[in-house]
Write a protein that binds this ligand. Structure first.
Ligand code: PTT
Ligand code: SF4
Length: 636
């Protein structure tokens, strides 16, 4: 066990021209805590105001740090990878839904940049402890818990809970500290380095789909606990307090009136079923007559508890009882992929799979994708095995094997669908539902071109969070269109969802779900930082973040081409078209998808491979990064 006080504090990441006693700047603490698990040291580093306003926070800080500090080709599960936990200027401020944090690292699932966003008390506690980001590097010798208490940074043994699930681990931590501390922890999935292991925080909150939990596990880091007591630096604290209080009240009023408060994200299931967008039977089908049995109304009726992130009145985490009477928090993605995608239409059974994913610390989306793919591969004869679709008990057992990497199949499936498909062969890669190695979220886009492209060009692999164009596309545009307007809409959504919300950093649901205008966010930003920015001032920053993420991928995959931005072959296969329903006989068209992709590249200033051009990089202030990138690949 190592214990540190603020030992070798104050090295610098670009000085901020302030004296060392005065480390804060309005809106940011100006400090990053770096912890090395190999040698048990830590140091506090400062960053400049220029760094802050160039990258804002959250994903912006994370990609800049990882791009600068990770050598290309490192093993994502080796000691050279780094885990970045980062917040932003409005994180943790008492204003609507600001309790979110980014966790980021090189992804073991994709080999590229990976991150996730989760609600946690770490958000405000890290800021109150005096840091805008935490970098964890190296690898501990034994199972370890990192405890940050303002300036005190301590490594404690976590041997007692190694091998335990996230629920028991969380209780163990709460028994040692009061419940006000911020906690990030992993379960057996992370410990065993399952490629889609997530990090868990409060009840019902999970993040880091592309294996951020596995990165923690590879470092033998079971948990991070954060306590802080300092004020968060703000330009106009009294004004912010008043504004935040009024806006929290207003959001709550709107939310109470909205259908959202009844069903949360699960409300979208019946819509997906109706418009033929639901993943059924490993994405082979797009709707099912029994889907109503696991829809938002059923979830609302079965609700036994409600979970939420800090500073949130919308509290979207709805818990139902699973088939063993345990509380399971169900979201649309979880139900879609662990339910209809596996031919399961019994809510308590679906809840049980959800509960196990939470406790093992596995991503529900990828877990559902992996289970569905394996059942499909058996059915199609690509691999031997007993039929699995509809077999809740069989899927539960398999999840346990995956979480423990038990046996040949458990170990293989723990690597995700792409690697499993490569091992099975027999053309199974065509129906391995993933992009860049990350399993597709619960939207079946066999005839939704814009949303298919959104998965294709998501910067972390197939995640819906960057650009959820689907409702706009299906409800407001000709679904069969591959026009430039859809590519433009994707870029617009990426700028706000993947750029603004992921760097500021705050939950996007008030904006997405109840129409809380985006114009509120520059107001919060300005009140906290003392700046005078408009919404459009954030777009170049968003574009810069996306471009640097692209360079991260390019460095890892110098031979990349546009095929990396394609969804799986199943969505282009006429034999896979629905035979009845609203999209009967329709399927994505490859040449038209390619032209839509080209529109996207053109709007973004990327070349035909999907790589930002030198001119684009220079216009985004990434000239130095462009020059460095030339060492790995040619830029146009
Ligand atoms: C997110 C992904 C999602 S997206 C869901 S349901 W969703 C799944 N939830 C899981 C879960 O639960 N348990 C589990 N073991 N794995 C899970 N994996 C899946 O993780 C999440 C909410 C949701 S619920 C969404 S859309 C919004 N996402 C936001 C985002 O990305 N950014 C942002 N600024 N605000 C957001 N608000 C909403 O937050 P990942 P959370 Mg999660 C049980 O992290 O890696 O991005 O994957 O964060 O605090 O749980 O909130 O219909
Ligand atoms: Fe968390 Fe949901 Fe509230 Fe967003 S709306 S902050 S995800 S509880």
């Amino acid at each position: 066990m190592a214990f540190w006080t603020r030992a070798d504090a104050l090295s610098t990441v670009g000085r901020d021209n302030r004296c060392e006693d005065e480390l804060t700047m309005d809106g940011w603490t100006g400090q990053i805590l770096r912890v090395n698990l190999t040698n048990g040291t830590h140091r506090v580093e400062t960053f400049s105001e220029e760094f802050a306003t160039t990258w804002i926070g959250g994903r912006g800080f994370a990609v800049k740090i990882l791009y600068d500090e990770l050598a290309p080709g490192i093993d994502p599960l080796g000691p050279d990878n780094k885990l970045v936990v980062a917040v932003g200027p409005i994180s943790g401020i008492p204003a609507p839904n600001t309790g979110k944090t980014i966790v980021a690292a090189k992804s073991p699932a994709t080999g590229g940049y990976g991150d996730g966003n989760l609600g946690t008390r770490v958000t405000d506690q890290l800021r109150k402890a005096g840091y805008d980001a935490l970098i964890v590097e190296g690898r501990a010798e034994r199972p370890t818990m990192l405890v940050i208490d303002d300036d005190r940074v301590e490594l404690q043994s976590a041997e007692e809970v190694w091998g335990k699930g996230t629920i028991e681990t969380n209780d163990w931590i709460y028994a040692r500290y009061n419940k006000g501390v911020g906690v990030l922890n992993i379960g057996q999935g992370g410990e065993n380095m399952v490629n889609f292991a997530v990090i868990r925080s409060l009840e019902g909150r999970s993040g880091g789909r592309p294996g951020m939990g596995a990165v923690m596990g590879s470092k033998l880091l079971k948990a991070i606990v954060v306590k802080g007591s300092k004020p968060i630096p703000q330009a106009f604290p009294a004004k912010m307090k008043e504004l935040g209080r009024d806006d929290l009240r207003e959001v709550h009023q709107i939310d109470k009136e909205a259908a959202w408060s009844q069903q949360g994200t699960t409300g979208v299931l019946s819509w997906c079923n109706e418009v033929a967008a639901l993943p059924v039977h490993n994405f082979r089908g797009t709707s099912h007559p029994d889907a109503w049995m696991v829809d938002g109304e059923r979830v609302h009726a079965a609700r036994v508890a409600t979970y939420g992130c800090p500073n949130c009145t919308m509290r979207c985490g709805i818990a139902v009882l699973d088939d063993e009477g345990r509380e399971a928090e169900v979201d649309y993605e979880n139900i879609g992929l662990l339910g209809p995608n596996l031919d399961l239409y019994n809510l308590p059974e679906v809840g049980a799979l959800n509960y196990l994913c939470d406790d093992y610390g596995l991503d529900t989306i990828s877990a559902g994708g992996v289970l569905g793919f394996y059942a499909d591969a058996i059915e199609r004869g690509a691999t031997p095995g007993e039929p699995l679709f509809g077999d809740a008990a069989g899927f539960k057992k398999l999840l346990g094997k995956i979480a423990h990497r038990e046996g040949e199949i458990g170990n293989l499936l723990a690597d995700g669908v792409l690697r499993a498909a490569r091992a099975f062969g027999h053309g199974s890669e065509d129906y391995a539902m993933q992009v860049k190695g990350l399993e597709i979220s619960a939207y079946n886009c066999k005839f939704i071109p814009g949303m298919a492209l959104a998965f294709g060009v998501s910067p972390i692999g197939a995640h819906h969070k960057e650009s959820w164009i689907i409702t706009y596309e299906v409800n407001q545009t000709p679904r069969e269109s591959y026009g430039r307007d859809k590519a433009q809409k994707i870029v617009d959504l990426q700028r706000i969802r993947g750029g603004l919300f992921e760097s500021l950093i705050t939950c996007r649901f008030p904006w997405v779900e109840i129409g809380w205008g985006a114009e509120h966010y520059p107001i919060y930003f300005n009140t906290i930082t003392g700046n005078d920015w408009k919404l459009e001032d954030f777009w170049p920053i968003s574009d810069r973040i996306y471009a640097l993420i692209k360079l991260f991928w390019l460095r890892e995959y110098p031979d990349t081409d546009r095929s990396a931005d394609y969804p799986p072959a199943a969505w282009f296969d006429p034999a896979n078209a629905d035979t009845e329903g609203p999209i009967a006989g329709r399927i994505l068209e490859r040449d038209k998808y390619d032209s839509l992709l080209q529109h996207y590249y053109d709007i973004r200033g990327y070349d035909v491979r999907g790589v930002p051009t030198r001119a684009t990089l220079e216009s985004l202030g990434l000239g130095a990064e462009a020059a460095a990138a030339e060492a790995h690949a040619t830029l146009l």
